[in-house]
Design a binder for this molecule. Structure first.
Ligand code: UDP
Length: 237
């Protein structure tokens, strides 16, 4: 079995370990929660377990529909073997409905349906507060090649269609989400990082109740219960 060697990175929600195989890492999901670029900090009990299970389920779904992912094998309730990649320094956000920073920036009420899925990029840099950037910025600064950018855009829209349909079957509306892509040593672009209630906005179809990290960000209560409820919904046949 693949085993953890030295820790090579610790992020806000996950640790990453080397393994005996240079082509594989192990990610370990934590319960630590942060918001507003790390200004708000806390813990969500068993969030790591929920996010590990949910990400792996969604990566398998997405891989099965033709978008390659870093997922290899779940080892335990918090640990998963993934393909070693270099993460592109872009947060790729797709929005179906206005919410969060988009609503604030453009003065559009939360809950306003967008006329088309809207992709935006942020430059992944905590010191700069992950600033919004466009395709030209990403190319001019050498963050991606034109071919990678095209792949990322097309995969991101495909992931949106897959996730939107899947969540709707589970009684959840996919408002928006953030994904990240990585590149393997042979140049293959893969969907990486995680897909979880930390990285998606999910609203109950009937009540529009927020079923995601906004419960933590905005102190809405029932944070742990909501993460468990989302996992139950997505795992129920
Ligand atoms: N998001 C994320 N990590 C970030 C920023 C955003 O996972 O560092 C997700 C967030 O959960 C939401 C979507 O990306 O599903 C859009 O977030 P937004 O830009 O509205 O930012 P926020 O309002 O969360 O600051």
């Amino acid at each position: 079995m693949t085993a953890k060697k030295e820790q090579i990175y610790e992020g806000k929600a996950k640790k990453v370990y080397a393994t005996d195989d240079p082509a594989l890492y192990i990610v370990s999901y934590k319960d630590d929660a942060t918001a507003f670029n790390g200004q708000k900090k806390g813990q969500i009990a068993d969030k790591g377990v929920v996010n590990n299970a949910m990400s792996n389920l969604l990566f398998r779904l997405i891989e099965g529909k033709g978008v390659p992912t870093h997922f290899v094998e779940q080892l335990s309730d918090r640990d998963t073997v993934v393909k070693a990649v270099k993460i592109l320094p872009l947060e790729v956000i797709i929005r179906n409905v206005a919410a969060g920073s988009f609503s604030q920036r453009y003065g559009v009420a939360e809950g306003t349906a967008l006329l088309r899925p809207t992709l935006e990029f942020s430059y992944k840099d905590d010191d700069l507060g992950d600033p919004l950037i466009n395709d030209d910025h990403a190319l001019a600064l050498g963050f991606v090649t034109e071919a990678q950018l095209e792949t990322v855009r097309s995969y991101a829209h495909k992931v949106n269609e897959i996730l939107k349909a899947f969540f709707l079957e589970k009684g959840l509306k996919l408002i928006d989400f953030k994904i990240e892509f990585g590149v393997t040593p042979d140049g293959t672009v893969l969907l990486a990082d995680e897909i979880s209630p930390d990285t998606c906005r999910l609203w109950d179809v009937e009540t529009n109740e927020k079923m995601d990290k906004d419960r933590f960000r905005r102190d809405l209560g029932h944070v742990e219960e909501t993460y468990q409820e989302v996992l139950q919904r997505v795992t129920k046949e």
